[in-house]
Design a protein around this ligand. Structure first.
Ligand code: FAD
Length: 390
């Protein structure tokens, strides 16, 4: 008589940057007797590094989205298109919006984050949050269509949040709409009115002040209205909206994008997982929940207890391989391997016009077309991992 190891269920929630790498790794090195399920609320998951380029009209949808179904097929994973809305940690099941609970032996969560402070009065009803990205892109495509169809109508847009995402988004919006307006002569110069609101007194305050200065100068030189040190306290009225700030400043706009600091889905904490003060899952050096050893998390939704880092796609990408390895080790009851993220990291901030600024610690360079070409090369190389699947 010999015993057979039972089949285990590994369930992945969210097709984020870490999980697409996990799927690719498991396609290359399948784990015997492991049944793989991916629960994703989208068929095409966006690669954030190329998103501003998509908005600026420099990339097509397929350039910057990963086909989750094709990737799941390659990894021989079952794909459930649904939204996870809760966890039953007594019975180890994922609760979904549209189907019966999905049982798991091992669970991994990579669902990203959403912009915070959506509780500011009027924001929930009037603002367009940058995440979920699929919904945001639907809104953006409609705005582009409106501008194309009615180029003579003045458009007033606002972005709230002057972190890297908000700055790239503002510059990308400017470039794209200027391209469209540029096709029509005789339009007044200030036909597009664009505002960027930032709570602190400089843009991307986590980066060297020299980077903030360069971006502030660039934004002002393009005629974009930069409101530093302004906290938005209320959005009043349907389009046009009045944006009210703590200082008393009021600005009118037709559409408003919300790109404030990342926040976590509340159902994770509600389920009983250990989280940090902001509801992000606390994980140890193995990317394993500190309260539930069968549960792993990576990307924005995870906070590494010993190595907290900013919420950025670069960390989510880097966590992909160690996460895949530890999920395999957990399934095979082998010791897990620790992972330590880097402290300093390079960001390449695109400026919407095929240029970019590089920033790492005190080092900063650009804006320059060569830095954009470098960024474009890195991003396309990343995407090639998921577009050339044979
Ligand atoms: C405009 C913009 C530009 C940015 N540019 C950069 C950049 O250049 N470099 C950088 O490092 N970072 C950048 N960021 C930050 C980056 O977007 C995030 O840090 C990154 O996306 C985090 O990756 P993730 O894997 O954690 O989650 P995500 O990429 O958000 O992926 C999560 C996935 O899970 C799915 N999902 C979510 N909830 C559920 C659910 N309940 N059930 C099932 N599926 C679910 C989502 O649809 C999505 O497919 C940018 C952000 C913005 C807004």
């Amino acid at each position: 008589m010999f015993s057979v190891t039972p089949v285990k269920d590994l369930v992945l929630i969210g097709g984020g940057h870490s999980h697409v790498i996990v799927l690719k790794q498991l396609a290359i090195n399948p784990i015997p007797r492991l049944r793989l399920t991916l629960i994703s609320d989208v068929y095409h998951t966006p690669y954030s590094g190329m998103l501003p380029g998509y908005i600026a009209g420099l990339y097509k949808f397929n350039d910057c989205h990963i086909d989750v179904q094709a990737l799941a097929n390659l990894a021989k994973a079952r794909l459930l298109i649904d939204r996870a809305i809760g966890l039953d940690l007594q019975t180890n099941q994922v609760l979904c919006a549209n189907r019966p609970p999905v049982p798991f032996d091992i669970l991994s969560i990579d669902i990203g984050s959403t912009p915070g402070t959506m509780t500011v009065p009027g924001v929930q009803q009037q603002a367009i949050p940058v995440k979920p990205i699929a919904k945001f892109l639907d809104h953006w495509d409609k705005i582009v269509e409106t501008v194309r169809e009615n180029p003579r109508e003045k458009m007033r847009l606002a972005v709230v949040g002057g972190g890297a995402g908000g700055v790239e988004l503002t510059l990308a919006i400017f470039s794209r709409l200027q391209q469209i307006y540029g096709l029509h002569s005789q339009l007044p110069e200030n036909h597009l009115e664009l505002h960027l609101f930032q709570k602190s007194d400089r843009l991307i305050p986590q980066r060297h002040p020299g980077v903030s200065q360069r971006l502030q100068k660039l934004i002002s030189s393009r005629g974009i209205n930069l409101h530093l040190g302004e906290t938005v306290t209320e959005i009043e009225g349907k389009s046009p909206h009045s944006i009210h700030c703590e200082s008393g400043l009021t600005v009118k706009c037709d559409r408003l994008f919300w790109v404030t600091q990342a926040r976590a889905a509340t159902w994770l904490k509600d389920a009983g997982l250990a989280t940090d003060d902001q509801g992000f899952i606390l994980v140890n050096d193995y990317l394993q929940s500190i309260s539930h050893p069968d549960i792993f998390a990576a990307g924005d939704i995870a906070t590494m207890l010993n190595h907290p880092r900013p919420k950025a796609g670069v960390f989510a990408v880097r966590q992909g391989k160690p996460l895949a390895e530890n999920l395999g080790r957990k399934a095979n009851q082998q010791p897990l391997k620790p992972y330590r993220p880097q402290k300093e990291f390079l960001i390449l901030i695109s400026t919407g016009d095929q240029q970019a600024i590089a920033s790492r610690g005190c080092f900063r360079l650009g804006p320059h077309p060569l830095i954009w070409q470098w960024k474009d090369h890195i991003d396309r190389q990343f995407m090639n991992n998921f577009t050339q699947l044979d």
